[in-house]
Design a protein around this ligand. Structure first.
Ligand code: ATP
Ligand SMILES: Nc1ccn([C@@H]2O[C@H](COP(=O)(O)O)[C@@H](O)[C@H]2O)c(=O)n1
Length: 206
């Protein structure tokens, strides 16, 4: 079974994707890490504004090299949303994601365009969201815990800017697929959100 999970930044989709993958014994791909890794390589080269450099980085990306610890910074979240708006970068990462989803037994993928572009035929699709202030508070605490020197206001501003860029781009914008189930986690803790997500997936399996 393929489970496709989309939603805006810090909505909790990665947390739910990991929990669902563990529950069903499926492999999980956090597709945001792909775009973060492309941005990391471009930033290291001083070429984030260079479209050709970002396409080249995407074409030569190795999933085995993705290190969540180094990639989940605020700077790379912003850089990822810049390179993710480029059609050539998205095209270069398409096959890799579809191959991951096509593994025997299925997979769980989370991102922005999984239910709409990468796996439009997935039987179980969730669109996870939460109010911006709630998302910012969660991400702020997470980044503080990781030792980043950042303010709540800066995190909220980053989230709003990324939401706008991700939803407004012409190539694979962040959208709820028509057949995705909406899950608002604003007033749900992690366990309650997981229970709701599991019930939605079970309903689709049945
Ligand atoms: N329902 C919840 N209640 C409280 N905290 C949550 C909940 N879901 C996730 N979190 C916390 O919020 C933060 C963001 O969650 P997560 O990384 O799953 O979001 P995301 O949507 O995958 O973000 P991104 O797209 O930016 O990678 C994490 O610190 C996570 O532990
Ligand atoms: N399927 C996806 C996944 C991510 N992006 C872009 O990457 C940025 C970082 O993603 P996180 O999930 O790690 O926060 C995100 O803001 C998107 O711009 C994407 O376009 N498609």
């Amino acid at each position: 079974m393929v489970i496709a999970i989309d939603g805006p930044a810090a909505s909790g989709k990665g947390t739910l994707a990991r929990r669902l993958a563990a529950h069903y014994g499926l492999p999980h791909l956090d597709t945001g890490l792909l775009y973060r890794a492309v941005a990391a390589r471009c930033i290291a080269l001083g070429r984030l504004a260079d479209e050709a450099a970002s396409e080249q980085a995407a074409k030569t990306l190795d999933v085995a090299d993705l290190d969540p610890e180094t990639l989940r910074t605020a700077e790379l979240g912003e850089g990822a949303s810049v390179v993710a708006a480029r059609p050539g970068v998205r095209a270069a990462l398409l096959d890799l994601q579809r191959r991951f989803a096509g593994q025997p037994g299925g997979a769980v993928l989370d991102g922005r365009d999984i239910g709409t572009v990468i796996c439009p035929e997935a039987p179980a699709k969730l669109f996870v969201t939460a109010r911006p202030d709630v998302r910012a508070e969660r991400r702020f605490r997470e980044l503080l815990g990781r030792g980043e020197d950042i303010s709540y206001d800066a995190v909220l501003a980053d989230i709003l800017k990324r939401d706008e860029r991700d939803s407004g781009r012409s190539s694979a914008p962040l959208l709820k697929a028509d057949d995705a189930v909406l899950l608002d986690t604003s007033d749900l803790g992690i366990e309650a959100a997981f229970a709701a997500a599991l019930a939605m997936v079970e309903a689709r399996r049945g």
